[in-house]
Design a protein around this ligand. Structure first.
Ligand code: ATP
Ligand code: MG
Length: 343
């Protein structure tokens, strides 16, 4: 059963993916009986680089009990929306006039496709698919803990927001689409309308309308289920470096995500190691700048767990590199404290 969803967020380039991967490796090492899934929601996936093996859009074993995936949101959006889109298309084509104008029919077929769905909606659909217990079961592996490497703040919010407002988003998208074909219909003369009236199959339209309604109700239920899950077992960890822009970003992220997920920890990454601060002027200067921000960040987030990690001399890649970074972050901390951080 899914027990925890750890979500890593923060500004670009601060170490979200690397810390997600290091955390996933450490946790899966410590809990060999649990199954872990590491998912990247970044458009420019880099889990493959971090693990030095091709991952892509399939569940890929990384260790005995850790899998990774770099999903192609298009594929999942298609799975989820093909039926709905088909029905909506049919309904539109059954509307008086529309079905009799070949140009409009062609327009609907080529424009109203899974490809035309906004990326944020696609990503959210994939996120929900993974979180939906029924779906995860069908993949043969039952995951206990999911670690999600999220995109920077603005896109992160949509991943939380969409399940809460799923139906509104889908309907808005459909309505926009409907409005765009209305223009085409308007160009047709009144005469057409009179000619086509006898062909209007009202009963069939009503039936289709009901089917679409049911699908939308299902979608709404799924959205509710997912939102509840994120509220209950989601744990947000914000990553920053000890500099102003990324610090500002995590404050914003904290405020914007408050209603969706619990913020449980802050990572302050890539600190200049103390011993290097003395070895050169430049390092000393950066070190003292970082020290000031470190103080400010700790003060701002004094209610929650803070993990600090130095910048490692070697790039933390490959299982061993990630294990080293995990040690730098968590030291010998107990597994429970990583999963459910306390101050
Ligand atoms: N503690 C660290 N020590 C040394 N290098 C690090 C550390 N943390 C991250 N890095 C390196 O910093 C770079 C950026 O890290 P990463 O890709 O994880 O950031 P990100 O926040 O996921 O970026 P993006 O927003 O582009 O996805 C990578 O080259 C990574 O290897
Ligand atoms: Mg990343």
């Amino acid at each position: 059963m899914l027990e925890a969803i750890l979500v890593l967020g923060g500004k670009g380039g601060v170490g979200k993916s690397t810390i997600s991967a290091a955390t996933a490796v450490r946790l899966s090492d410590l809990l060999p009986d649990k199954n872990f899934l590491l998912i990247s929601f970044d458009m420019a996936h880099n889990l493959s680089d971090l693990f030095e093996q091709e991952i892509g859009n399939k569940l890929t074993p990384l260790t005995n009990n850790l899998w990774g995936i770099e999903p192609d949101a298009n594929i999942y959006a298609e799975e989820y929306t093909t039926d709905l889109i088909d029905k909506m298309k049919t309904l539109m084509k059954k509307m008086p006039i529309v079905g009799l104008i070949p140009q409009v029919e062609k327009f609907i077929d080529t424009t109203f496709t899974a490809d035309s769905i906004p990326l944020a909606l696609k990503n959210a659909m994939f996120f929900q698919k993974i979180l939906d217990a029924e779906e995860t079961n069908s993949q043969n592996v039952q995951f206990d803990i999911i670690i999600a490497d999220f995109p920077p703040t603005a896109n992160m919010i949509t991943l939380f927001e969409i399940p809460e407002d799923q139906v509104k988003v889908v309907l808005k998208y459909s309505l926009n689409f409907y409005n765009s074909i209305k223009g085409a219909i308007r160009n047709v003369s009144k005469m057409w309308r009179n000619i086509t009236k006898p062909f209007d199959d009202y009963k069939e339209r009503k039936e289709l309308g009901r089917e679409i309604f049911n699908m939308i109700v299902d979608l709404e239920k799924r959205g509710e289920r997912i939102s509840e899950l994120i509220h209950n077992i989601g744990s947000l960890r914000l990553v920053t470096i000890a500099e102003k822009p990324s610090f500002e970003e995590i404050k914003r992220a904290r405020d914007l995500t408050k209603r969706y997920i619990n913020l449980e920890a802050v990572h302050i990454n890539m600190l200049i190691p103390k011993e290097h601060a003395k070895t050169c002027n430049f390092c000393g200067k950066i070190h003292s700048l970082q020290k000031n921000y470190l103080k400010e960040i700790k003060n701002e987030f004094q209610q929650i767990k803070i993990w600090q990690s130095d910048k490692l001399i070697e790039e933390p890649i490959g299982l061993e590199g990630l294990r080293k970074l995990a040690f730098e972050i968590y030291g010998e901390v107990n597994v429970k404290d990583i999963l459910y951080p306390k101050i």
